[in-house]
Design a binder for this molecule. Structure first.
Ligand code: LLP
Length: 428
């Protein structure tokens, strides 16, 4: 089985990997490395794959996509999705500010997260977000107070913890009893009843999100059935729900995983909701990874090849600060040489960065025919790549470019070293 996922927007042409029509070595030459490279076509196609299921033949929406921007919050990407008609799922006031700066509308924003601060609630209420997804009674109480002080009514939805196993990495599964997320299933009805008494909150929806990188549909159907049962119970208690937010979490292939295709996934869930008699509800999806993950890669250059006693190391100029996923989750990213070398010996390498930690690796035991100065493409890095990057070891964060056909647009400049300590002060 191939260890390279099937990609849209990136391909090998004449022994050179290209982003759409642009050879990656050309991008490395022009913008330096490490650089994140995104394909506009891959981003747009992924969004349109959701839209194909969300739009009825008459053009009306039976569901809406609220892009979970934590996956990749570059303004150019947000702007692209906003232009295609996306709403957004945010988790901070910072993300709200980005949506507005990118031309998104606050009334298409849902505000998720377990720990919203008072300042964040004020910012979101003033901007006029579509809905707050709340996760506890203390959070509900705080929002009610803040909204009342501002003289406004907060639209709310409660995040249900449906207690289903999404069968994914424990760090990214969120819908199990032991997770910090959501309101325990058995407490949901009484929490809604509390919410109904709060004069500055208006119940508009119900929400759940069971985890990330989910490659099977059955956990979603289980969670959905549990949430639909709740909607029925709420209805009997006189509490009307207008929208059902299914969360995000659809997986992508990093190697040989076979998650459902986006349109099939969305259609299956929407048809299930209709068959159960809830077709009148507005449905929201909150995808992150499935929109951007395979639409981006991290381009890096080889500094040194270092033979070791038990392993060979391929030391590159990208590191765990640029792409945290391998160090944090032991995540697998396929890694390919940008240009195929014919006269170079194939050896097995660990691909590592320059950071002073043994955890600073990007790929392990990879067979590569490479030499110093060559470039590598670390694939499937569009989601949770740049957004989780840091300045560890006082390394400026990578540049980001978006390729559109034969054009390359710089969408974030490489950070300069001076900018990294510009906000620091010496003692008097
Ligand atoms: N909605 C909520 C409430 C979420 O917490 C998340 C992701 C999403 C939607 C989007 O999930 P997605 O469609 O991207 O799976 N850093 C990890 C992933 C963390 C996901 C956090 N929540 C990684 O690199 O795999």
């Amino acid at each position: 089985m191939s260890l390279i996922p099937v990609l849209n927007g990136f391909s090998e042409k004449n022994h050179t990997w290209c982003a759409e029509e642009v050879p990656l070595d050309q991008i490395a030459k022009q913008f330096g490395t490490p650089t994140y490279v995104y394909s506009k076509k891959a981003l747009s196609d992924a969004f349109n794959a959701y839209e194909a299921a969300c739009k009825k033949p008459n053009g009306e929406h039976r569901a809406r996509v609220h892009y979970a921007m934590k996956a990749n919050s570059n303004l150019a990407i947000l702007n692209l999705f906003a232009r295609l008609g996306a709403g957004f799922d945010i988790v901070s006031a910072g993300e709200l500010a980005r949506v507005l700066a990118a031309g998104g509308s606050a009334n298409q924003v849902v505000f998720s997260g377990v720990g919203k601060s008072k300042q964040e609630m004020i910012a979101a209420l003033k901007a006029g977000v579509k809905c707050f997804n709340l996760e506890s009674i203390p959070e509900l109480t705080r929002l009610n107070e803040v909204a009342s002080e501002l003289g406004v009514v907060a639209p709310i939805s409660l995040r249900v913890n449906p207690d289903v196993d999404p069968k994914t990495h424990p760090y990214i599964s969120t819908g199990l009893k032991g997770n910090k997320f959501g309101i325990a299933y058995d407490d949901v009805l009484k929490t809604y009843q509390e919410a109904a008494k709060m004069s500055s909150c208006k119940i508009v929806g119900i929400d759940c999100h069971i985890g990330s990188q989910i490659t099977e549909i059955s956990p979603y159907l289980d969670a959905l059935d549990r949430v639909l049962d709740l909607i029925k119970a709420l209805d009997s208690a006189g509490i009307k729900i207008h929208h059902l937010d299914i969360g995000g979490g659809l997986g992508i292939s990093y190697t040989d995983e076979t998650p459902p295709a986006i349109t099939d996934f969305a259609n299956t869930l929407l048809n299930h909701i209709e068959q159960k008699g809830y077709g009148h509800l507005e449905v929201l999806f909150e995808p992150g990874r499935s929109l951007v993950g395979n639409a981006g890669l991290l381009l890096t250059s080889i500094e040194y090849l270092k033979p070791g006693e038990t392993k060979n190391f391929c030391i590159v100029d990208a590191a765990m600060n640029d792409l945290m996923r391998p160090a944090m989750y032991e995540a697998y990213h396929a890694i390919v040489p940008v240009k195929t070398n014919t006269n170079t010996e194939t050896l097995t390498y660990d691909i590592v960065g320059p950071i002073c930690e043994s955890g600073d690796w990007l790929g392990r035991d990879r067979a590569l025919a490479v030499k110093p100065g060559d470039q590598l493409a670390i694939l499937s890095a569009g989601a949770y790549g740049f957004t989780m990057s840091s300045n560890y070891n006082t390394r400026g964060r990578a540049a980001e470019v978006m390729v559109d056909g034969s054009q390359v647009h710089l969408i974030r400049e490489r950070e300069t070293i001076e900018s990294l300590f510009a906000n620091e002060r010496l003692l008097p």
